[in-house]
Design a protein around this ligand. Structure first.
Ligand code: F6P
Length: 363
């Protein structure tokens, strides 16, 4: 069995707070505990395909714990098995995985730590099947990866969303308006659910519980009758009406996941204004939820993931992803993490508690 002497690291897919904390932890553990060299590929799989990388040592990761984004850069377009190339004004897709494998071999890398969400980890799995030694780290603000209780980045996004709801509360109250705040999360309602709870939303709309517009308005009217002349609606970008469709903002042909959601808050504002005769305003938080300094919780989680990922490399547990179960760091097969999305169970503890307090899910 060859000794691990050198590892590669890459961050792919959408960025999120805490990526740098993982990079730092992997590098520090590699260098300080095991005396192993590390390099970081630039811009996700693009760096592996094009052989562009930077050396990573203690100096390079100094001071990055608190930084949002990723010092390595990322891409949610560069997919080694479905690489977008522009030809004659058209986009065509090519399998360039052989180039990625060549880079790995050329640089004499013994293992690759791949930090990403489901799209990134699906490709990590394919690279493993092609013979590369890979270990995965689960990242996404959406918290929708199965096989781990929490992904890092989620707490930071949730905190940003909660702060925004707090601010919208005071202006909603002053103007006696309905404020609709749209949060990210793709097809899962984790951010909306938790930010709705932390921010005291009156109505929370999530993809897992399709809504009926009359029920949403019924809650606003019930509050009006009780003298509460404002309401806060927290809506996930992937929420949809019963029997209705998702609100798609754009299609990004070259991306892992072509569909971009967004805009449901505007639709709701228009519909609600007609029914309840109150002023409605929509706020879409968008990428602000992905940026900025990670919370203390995410720094700790990301650091634990990074250290554990490096330990998995040394234990040669390739094809595994680090995961949080309860308060324990464990490893799971990457297959398990990507086989299905982790959605909010309709009868989850948070949903039940919110319903008991009178919060409406519009159903
Ligand atoms: O998966 C993370 C996420 O931020 C989703 O919540 C959102 O739907 C999507 O990425 C946005 O993607 P992009 O940055 O490509 O617009």
């Amino acid at each position: 069995m060859t000794k691990i002497k050198k590892i590669g690291i890459l961050t792919a897919g959408g960025d999120c707070p805490g990526l740098n904390a993982v990079i730092r932890a992997v590098v520090k553990t590699a260098v300080n505990k095991y005396g192993i060299k590390a390099i970081g590929f630039k811009d996700g799989y693009d760096g592996l395909i094009k052989n562009t990388f930077v050396d990573l040592g203690n100096r390079e990761v100094s001071g990055i714990l608190t930084l949002g984004g990723t010092i390595l850069g990322t891409s949610n377009i560069a997919n080694p098995y479905h690489y977008a190339i522009k030809k004659g004004g058209k986009i065509i897709f090519k399998d360039v995985s052989k180039k990625a494998i060549r880079t790995y071999k050329k640089n004499k890398i013994d293992a690759l730590v791949i930090i990403g969400g489901d799209g990134t980890l699906s490709n990590a799995l394919k690279l493993k099947q092609s013979g590369l030694n890979v270990v995965g780290v689960p990242k996404t603000i959406d918290n929708d990866l199965s096989a781990t209780d929490l992904t890092f980045g989620y707490d930071s996004a949730l905190t940003t969303a909660t702060e925004a709801i707090d601010k919208l509360h005071t202006t909603a109250q002053s103007h006696h308006r309905v404020m609709i705040v749209e949060v990210m999360g793709r097809y899962a309602g984790w951010i909306a659910l938790a930010a709705g709870m932390a921010g005291g939303g009156d109505v929370i709309l999530i993809p897992e519980i399709p809504y009926i517009i009359q029920k949403v308005c019924g809650k606003i009217e019930e509050r009006n009758k009780a003298g509460k002349r404002f309401s806060i609606i927290v809506v996930a970008e992937g929420a949809k009406p019963e029997g209705g469709e998702l609100t798609v903002s754009s299609i990004v042909e070259s991306s892992f996941d072509r569909v971009r959601l967004g805009g449901i808050a505007y639709k709701l504002a228009e519909q609600i204004e007609k029914i309840v005769n109150m002023e409605c305003r929509a706020t879409i938080l968008g990428h602000v939820q992905r940026g900025g300094t990670p919370t203390a919780f995410d720094r700790i989680l990301a650091t634990r993931y990074g250290v554990e990922a490096m330990n998995l490399v040394i234990q040669r547990k390739f094809g595994k992803m680090v995961a949080l179960h309860g308060n324990k760091m464990i490893s799971v097969p990457i297959e398990k993490a990507v086989d299905k999305l982790k959605l909010v169970p309709k009868n989850s503890g948070l949903v039940r508690s919110l319903r008991e307090m009178g919060v409406s899910f519009g159903d």
